[in-house]
Design a protein around this ligand. Structure first.
Ligand code: ZN
Ligand code: ZN
Length: 351
C-alpha cells in the first residue's frame, strides 16, 4: 500500500442544477471499510429529480457527492475485511440498513428506522463505509459487465415493488410511465406471463416497451382520456394491476381511476413533498381496490437483481443508450430531462 494518497475526481451536487467536478483525496479505508474504483455508474430518474430539486430530504444533502448506481473493483481495504479482498468486483447498494430495528428484523430493511444512504457513484473512487461493506456490498458474478451490474439498484427497486404486490401470476398489468423503471417492470412481468400494457407520452419509449415484452404500448394524453383508455384495455376488463412509475400525482389519479374492480394499484413513483392526489372513495370501497406503496429495495431484492442481470434475459442493455465521462454528468441529466436518452452510463477515467 502506498503512503501517498490517491487524488481523484468526483462530481458534487451543490444545489438545483448545480454540480462541480472536484478533485479530492481518497481516504484510507479504516476497519471494515473498502476503497472501490468505480468502473461504471448509471444515471437514474431519481438523480434527475435530485438535480432539478437540488437535493433529496432523505437521500442526498447538498453539497455532497452525487450518483448512486455503481459497480467497481476493490483496490484497498481496512481490517477486518468482512470477507472482501483486493480485486473483488462489487456492486454497492446506495443504502445500508441497521440490521437491528423491527423493520430490519422482519425483512423490511427498506423501512429501517436508521437507513444510511451512500452517494458518490460519479467519481473515480468511493470509500465504502463499514455498514455498507457488511450489509450492502455484493459480488459481481463472472461475465457480468460493470455497466450492466450498475443497474442492480433500480432493478432491485422494481423487484421489490413486484414482491409487495404478491401476484398470482396471470394478472393483467398496466404501467404508467415508460422511463427506465416503467420499462423494467414491463421487462420483468412480460416474460413471467403477465399481459403488460404501457403508456407514455414519448413514442421512442413505446417502442422500447414492446421490445422488452409489453403486449400493448400507447401514447399517453396526460389527461382524463388516459384513465378512460386504460380501463378499456384487456377486452374491456381493465388492468388488474396498475403500476404508477412517474412520480406525478396526476398519474397516481389515473392509476386509481383505471384499475379493474378487485384489482390493485402500486404507487411506485415518489412525488414531490406536499403534493396530494384525489381518489374516488366509492370505487376504492365498493370495488375492493388495494392500494400499495413501494419504496426503495431490500438486500434480498438486490441479490435477486444481480442474479437477474447475470442471467441476461431479458436484455436490459437497451435502457442504457449513452456513455458520458464525469465532466459531462450535467449533460447526461439534461438529455434525460429532454427525453432524448433513457439512462446513461457514466464512465470515470482514473488518472
Ligand atoms: Zn437509482
Ligand atoms: Zn433497521
Amino acid at each position: 500500500m502506498s503512503t501517498a494518497r490517491r487524488t481523484h475526481r468526483a462530481v458534487y451536487l451543490l444545489g438545483p442544477r448545480r454540480t462541480e467536478l472536484r478533485t479530492v483525496t481518497a481516504p484510507r479505508p479504516g476497519g471494515g471499510e473498502l476503497l472501490v474504483r468505480i468502473e461504471a455508474a448509471a444515471t437514474c430518474g431519481t438523480d434527475l429529480k435530485v438535480w432539478q430539486r437540488g437535493g433529496h430530504p432523505r437521500m442526498l444533502q447538498v453539497p455532497g457527492p452525487f450518483g448512486h448506481e455503481m459497480a467497481g473493483t476493490i483496490v484497498e481495504l481496512g481490517q477486518p475485511s468482512n470477507g472482501w479482498a483486493e480485486g473483488d468486483r462489487v456492486v454497492i447498494a446506495n443504502s445500508a440498513p441497521c440490521g437491528e430495528c423491527k423493520a430490519c428484523r422482519s425483512g423490511r430493511e427498506n423501512l429501517c428506522a436508521d437507513l444510511s444512504y451512500l452517494n458518490g457513484a460519479y467519481g473515480e473512487y468511493l470509500l465504502v463505509p463499514r455498514r455498507f461493506s457488511e450489509r450492502s456490498t455484493y459480488a459481481v458474478p463472472p461475465g457480468l459487465d460493470p455497466t450492466m451490474a450498475a443497474m442492480a439498484e433500480p432493478l432491485a427497486c422494481v423487484l421489490h415493488g413486484i414482491d409487495v404486490c404478491r401476484l398470482a401470476g396471470d394478472e393483467t398489468v398496466a404501467v404508467i410511465g415508460g422511463g427506465p423503471i416503467g420499462l423494467m417492470f414491463a421487462a420483468v412481468l412480460g416474460p413471467r406471463g403477465h399481459d403488460v400494457a404501457l403508456i407514455d407520452p414519448n413514442a421512442s419509449r413505446l417502442e422500447a416497451a414492446r421490445r422488452l415484452g409489453a403486449v400493448e404500448a400507447f401514447e399517453a394524453a396526460r389527461d382524463h382520456r388516459d384513465a378512460e383508455r386504460l380501463s378499456g384495455i384487456f377486452s374491456g376488463l381493465g388492468p388488474e394491476l396498475v403500476i404508477e412509475a412517474t412520480g406525478n400525482p396526476r398519474a397516481w389519479e389515473t392509476a386509481l381511476a383505471s384499475v379493474a374492480p378487485g384489482g390493485q394499484v402500486l404507487l411506485f413513483g415518489g412525488c414531490a413533498p406536499g403534493t396530494t392526489a384525489a381518489c374516488d372513495t366509492h370505487k376504492l370501497h365498493y370495488s375492493e381496490i388495494t392500494v400499495r406503496g413501494a419504496y426503495h429495495h431490500t438486500p434480498a431484492a438486490m441479490q435477486n437483481a444481480i442474479a437477474f442481470l447475470a442471467a441476461g434475459t431479458p436484455d436490459l442493455s437497451i435502457l442504457l443508450n449513452a456513455v458520458y465521462p464525469l465532466e459531462r454528468v450535467p449533460e447526461a441529466l439534461a438529455a434525460m430531462e429532454a427525453r432524448t436518452i433513457l439512462k446513461a452510463t457514466i464512465r470515470p477515467e482514473p488518472h
